[in-house]
Design a protein around this ligand. Structure first.
Ligand code: IPM
Ligand code: MG
Length: 362
């Protein structure tokens, strides 16, 4: 029997509630699929600051290093957001975690569901058929560059953006690989008309296209133009490659055009560790009310099954169950305000469907 150890970092806000539902669904998989999951629950974010003073405590790091994969809920708490003088912030835990675990690639698929076409803020003909995937660099650029800080008199602040060819290449390799599995198209988003780092990205990516990936057609888009095109012609994107901060901004923009921010999973992968999290964040206003959409977290668990454990069939069954919940309108209030189900009702439904499908399959 296959055994997998999962580090579970539920975090803050709605993180713990949606995590409970993802584990419910994983347990349904494990009851029938001949695989056993064990869960190592650990603190992260504001919850970890409250308990230990550190947003990414050593015990959490050790559990991540020990695990076969990491499931992550969300972090962030309003009590830190409006206090620029706070010495420790939940977000530092997230950044430290990415850096320490070497999670250099953040992979965010953006796809639409027919059942949600009307929920998109864009006209439905624009979102029809949208299906792209963003490869965002996650451990470099302006998020981590040195030097950073303040001048002694406090009147000037500075951040640095650095990239090495190797940092660009290792992420680009993943994006090119994905392009080969899809339509042999790759778009590099940058600001090469202004930034030296962007010009290095172009050079490295063009060189890879000319030598290792001749079958992939690469095009280049300035980030401001890309931001417009995500609204005016989102269906034109396929595989998008970009640096850390541009990716942060564009993936938030991309996520809302699908109609529900609560639906989208993501994977953060490194050379030997991978972490799976929904992209919706901690949504503190909804915490504890049983109204959060657990689908993004559940679909993140499906991505884990597929990418880290090679359990493709099981991942597909979870996605099928999520689709069925959507089609039957068995969804939380972000998708159906008139007749919503609770977070745990949606989780129960999906887990029951997964059990039902696996019973048929075996
Ligand atoms: C994300 C978040 C984080 C980021 C924040 C919370 C530091 O916005 O995962 O996209 O900027 O990377
Ligand atoms: Mg972000």
């Amino acid at each position: 029997m296959m055994k997998k150890q999962i580090a579970v970092l539920a975090g803050d806000g709605i993180g713990p509630e949606v995590m409970t539902e993802a584990i419910k669904v994983l347990d349904a998989v494990s009851k029938t699929a001949g695989v056993k999951f064990s869960y190592d629950h650990q603190l992260v974010g504001a919850a970890a600051i409250d308990a230990t003073g550190n947003p990414f405590p050593e015990a959490t790091e050790a559990a991540c290093l020990n695990a076969d994969a990491i499931l992550f809920g969300a972090i962030g708490h309003p009590k830190y957001d409006n206090d620029p003088s706070a010495k420790v912030r939940p977000e530092q835990g997230l950044l430290a975690m990415r850096k320490k675990l070497g999670l250099f690639a953040n992979i965010r698929p953006v796809n639409t569901y027919e059942a949600l076409a009307e929920a998109s803020p864009l006209k439905s003909h624009l979102v029809k058929g949208v299906d792209f995937i963003v490869f965002r660099e996650l451990t470099g650029g302006i998020y981590f560059g040195q030097p950073r800080g303040r001048t002694e008199d406090g009147t000037n602040a500075f951040d640095s953006c650095n990239y090495s060819t190797e940092e660009i290449r290792r992420l680009a390799r993943l994006a090119f690989g994905e392009a080969q599995k899809r339509n042999n198209k790759l778009t590099l988003v940058d600001k090469a008309n202004v930034l030296a780092t962007s010009r290095l990205w172009r050079e490295v990516v063009q060189d890879m296209a000319d030598t290792e990936y001749k079958d992939v057609e690469v095009d280049y888009l300035f980030v401001d133009n890309a931001a417009m095109k995500i609204i005016t012609n989102p269906a034109s994107f396929d595989v998008v490659l970009t640096e850390n901060m541009f990716g942060d901004i564009l993936t938030d923009e991309a996520s809302v055009i699908t109609g529900s921010l609560g639906m989208l999973p993501s994977a953060s992968v490194g050379a030997d560790k991978a972490l799976y999290e929904p992209i919706h964040g901690s949504y503190p206003q909804a915490a504890g009310q049983g109204i959060a959409n657990p689908m993004g977290m559940i679909l993140s668990a499906a991505s884990m099954l597929e990418l880290s454990f090679d359990l493709r069939d099981e991942a597909a069954l979870i996605r099928q169950a999520v689709n069925e919940a959507l089609n039957e309108g068995f969804v939380t209030e972000d998708i159906n305000v008139n007749d919503p189900r609770s977070t745990s009702q949606v989780g129960d439904f999906i887990a029951a469907k997964v059990t039902e499908y696996t019973a048929i399959k075996h």
